[in-house]
Design a binder for this molecule. Structure first.
Ligand SMILES: [Zn+2]
Ligand SMILES: [Zn+2]
Length: 80
């Protein structure tokens, strides 16, 4: 059963899929892994924490919303 995780801030669509936190006991240390569900259709922007569905994000693989992506990867070359 896929219950909605939240709502896209831009289009208002329900988004699904969770990030699972998996802890592994290594003896002396404890490792924590974040595993995204393969059917996850949203991102939480690393910079502004915006929750956006993949339809509203041009670069979901980067983990940033479009606004922050533009800030980080400025491709505006206004020199001319
Ligand atoms: Zn959306
Ligand atoms: Zn952002």
């Amino acid at each position: 059963m896929a219950e909605p995780y939240g709502v896209c801030e831009r289009c208002g669509r329900d988004v699904h899929g969770h990030i699972r936190v998996v802890g592994t006991d290594l003896g002396d240390a404890f490792a924590v892994l974040l595993l995204g569900d393969p059917d996850r259709d949203w991102i939480c922007c690393d910079l502004c924490n915006a929750l956006l569905c993949h339809n509203c994000c041009s670069h979901p693989e980067t983990g940033y919303c479009d606004t922050c992506y533009a800030k980080i990867f400025r491709r505006r070359r206004r020199r001319r």
